[in-house]
Design a binder for this molecule. Sequence first.
Ligand SMILES: O=C(O)CCC(=O)C(=O)O
Length: 322
Amino acid sequence: MGESVRTTDGTGYQYTDNFDVTDEVKEQYDRDGFIILRNFLDTEEVTNLRTALEQDKTLEDNYYTRDDGEGNQAKMANWNHPVDDITGMIGRSDKAAGTMEKLLGGEVYQYHAKVVMKEPFTGGAFVWHQDYGVWYHYGNLFPNMGTVWIAVDRADRTNGCLQILLGSHQAGRLEHVKVGEQARADQERVELLAKTCPLTYVQLDPGDAVIFHCNLVHRSDQNHSQNRRWAYLVCYNRASNDPVYKHHYPNYTPLIKVPNSRIKGCDTKTSYEGKNFFKDPPISRCERNACPTGTDVRRTSVPGEICPMDVRSLGCAVLPGP
Ligand SMILES: O=C(O)CCC(=O)C(=O)O
């Protein structure tokens, strides 16, 4: 990778309820592809979130894994809709959804939320990718999408924190290929980009957040440390960017925003009802071989192009034809 390696230590905005997406914040997001909000969740909020996730039996029942191609498995639980529990209140809060609306320039809805669970010693890696590298294939016509990534535990270089190529979103969408069970951005292009987009380790304390653009190239290492690294991610789509293909993530669903105070005010028990967990079936159950072109949802794409079925193992049968 490139010569210039940075960390986010000492950078970012201290979040308070007075935080606003000023012109300066927006310019930074547009230039770098991300912003960091320290203390995005205060100590009580992140403690409540952590407790809720640790006690949540549905996470245990609904998590799935993705082979990282390096001998470990990335582990995550993934659901679609925000409800009234603490995870939903965070996703619907003014500080998450409201900030995202200002960064993306219009009304947003929750495209999905997930908990990425990097357990001590065994936590899997994520290969270099752009979220839009995959979401594009689901019929999101514009990259008007982004993620609020919240540290539930401290995330640093020792336990596999997020790594980004600063400003790489400006390159637009890259080609992706399958590695292990993940989609990896074109390696040569990533290496070339890394010469000008500094590799940056996003080191965060619990409650800190990084909000990033869907074309920002990112990855994370395996966790070889004794420290767990869990994160809670809420991914948003612009309401105007309603996906044109029906798939496992939702079409536009109005998001009912709530004031930040509701995060502390809500029950710390998480709820299952209405969330619509999406548990990726194992790759062996993918019906991609039945697909006439072996490629994508429309069954018209160029052979060899990355297939959403391959990436997420949806099974062709669940998606409409052309
Ligand atoms: O949390 C991480 O380490 C990376 C997660 C990620 O890149 C993803 O879920 O797409």
